[in-house]
Design a protein around this ligand. Sequence first.
Ligand code: PAF
Length: 300
Amino acid sequence: MSRIGILGAGAVGQLIAHQLAATGTLPFLLDRQLNAITEPYSLTDLSGNRSTLSFAKPGDNQALLGELKLLIVTVKAYQVVEAVTRVLPELSPRCHLLLLHNGLGPHEEVAALLDGRGLTLGTTSQGALRLGKHDLKQTGSGLTQFGHCMGPAMAPELKAMLLSAIPGSEWVEGILPALWQKLAVNACINPLTAIHGVCNGELADNAYQATIAAVLRELVQVAGTQGIELQEECLSARVYEVIRLTAANRSSMRQDVDHKRKTEIDAINGYLVSLGNRHGIATPTNKALVEAIHALERRF
Ligand code: PAF
């Protein structure tokens, strides 16, 4: 077992575990309660090839956690702070953390807990669908970006390992602007697909144009309060490109609503609304989307 851990055994965690294993780094996969995943789990990749990974039951979870050099946290945005708080006492003071989730916000709280450890943030647009608990189908390729956030930088050999394992991944100097661009994609696609029960591609219809434009207009203003300069036209081009590239996908929020799971709306459009409130910027369109998703969640 390598010195790389993945905390969060959902679609993204399982996909990254497969991709690391395929390039010779078998990670230690844990659920957010810190239980090691030992059942075999399968991935059908984009070419239709199916592979199965299995792990020997680790003798001592605590010792393995203490030896990790890198912990990749792939739990949902609203689970990040609790999961990181639980795992930190088990990690060595030199273990580097990488947060990989939709939305923004949790890193602000995590930053205060790290006790000198380094933090990298990332985002991925790779699509994956869970067919069963440990049965995953990759549904789309897509850009994955990583970048330094705070504390000691990620060791070069860990960076190289991640970039060679994850297809379409890159290291960026300013990760926050990249995360805001991904936030723009998620703020448009995720709630609209979940509310209307449609696949991503259907958002190219004219009926959604005005809402997408209003979401982006509000986002650009809110981002400005954080020193992040974004252009509405560039974001719009990016959103429509993702809509086209992932046309057949069911967005993660639509999947959450379909399975009656809590969504990441509070870290996506909800993050924009709360920053807007803090800085006196009106965000009525994002607020309406948050309320519509909360109304769906109350029915679960
Ligand atoms: O959350 C998602 O579903 C994905 O981030 C994206 C890029 C919107 C594609 O479905």
